[in-house]
Design a protein around this ligand. Structure first.
Ligand SMILES: Nc1ncnc2c1ncn2[C@@H]1O[C@H](COP(=O)(O)OP(=O)(O)OP(=O)(O)O)[C@@H](O)[C@H]1O
Ligand SMILES: [Mg+2]
Length: 241
């Protein structure tokens, strides 16, 4: 992907999400309009419960909106069924979660390969070279045959990043990717995201941490299910690291 490519990747129009549980109606997202170009690095911030993870789930096709439009890479993905969503998700979306979410009885290499095995466009050989390439990128190839429990938290998150990028997705969605890490490992993961962004990746990261948010090039703030600010980050060179 090319960094200067300003093609529209994501377009959300008037997105609403209402959760119905027992007799409670939660309006988690209320008329969200958002455009993301290829190669952009966005942060999403806001108080607990404001809808950040819900927004990421919808962007990642893990869940569907109650109302509104979603176009991903030019395709209308608003009305797909579960299987159709899974198919696009496996190819186009890479996820990184706060709790790493690696599978404990699979090795590092098997964890990274797992999402690729759901794709019918890849041979075993292609999958293995993608696994190798992504583990090299996060500097974890030497641990390919280890199990998650044998790794530090920072190493587990680097493996999770490898899993997210292995399939060369259109967009990487990260929900508090440094939330379970000490500051040194958080720095390493943030530097990795910076590097992926430099190489052209489109990244959308939820974070509570203002310093992490400011490392993105565009900062979005959500409050009460609405986008209340959408601004360019100050130049990263101005931020003390
Ligand atoms: N599956 C669900 N069922 C019912 N309500 C939900 C569900 N998921 C989220 N909600 C509600 O939707 C609102 C938004 O939740 P969300 O998880 O998106 O918040 P958040 O901004 O990610 O918060 P945090 O910073 O604490 O992670 C909250 O009021 C939450 O209780
Ligand atoms: Mg959340």
């Amino acid at each position: 992907m090319n960094n200067n490519n300003k093609q529209l990747l994501v377009e959300l129009g008037e997105i609403k999400k209402v959760f119905f549980t027992d007799d409670v109606e939660t309006h988690a997202l209320n008329k969200i309009n958002l455009k993301i170009n290829q190669g952009e690095y966005l942060s999403i911030s806001g108080p607990s419960g404001c809808g950040k993870s819900t927004l990421l789930s919808l962007l990642g096709l893990l869940d569907t909106a109650t109302d509104g439009r979603y176009h991903l890479a030019g395709h209308d993905v608003s009305h797909l069924n579960r299987d159709e969503r899974a198919k696009i998700r496996n190819k186009e979306i890479g996820f990184v979660f706060q709790a790493f979410n690696l599978i404990s009885d699979l090795t590092v290499a098997e964890n990274v390969e797992l999402p690729l095995t759901y794709r019918d466009d890849l041979s075993k050989q292609q999958r293995q070279s993608m696994v190798r390439e992504s583990l090299e990128k996060v500097d974890m190839i030497h641990r390919a045959d280890h199990y998650p429990s044998q790794l530090s938290g920072g190493q587990q998150q680097r493996v999770a990043v490898a899993r997210a990028i292995a399939g060369k997705p259109s967009i990487i969605l990260a929900d508090e990717p440094t939330g379970n890490l000490d500051s040194k490992n958080a720095q390493i993961v943030m530097a990795l995201l910076d590097q992926l962004h430099q190489e052209g990746a489109t990244i959308c990261m939820v974070t509570h941490d203002p310093r992490s948010a400011a490392r993105a090039e565009r900062m979005i703030e959500v409050f009460d299910g609405k986008i209340v600010a959408d601004q360019l980050a100050p130049s990263t060179s101005a931020i003390a690291v």
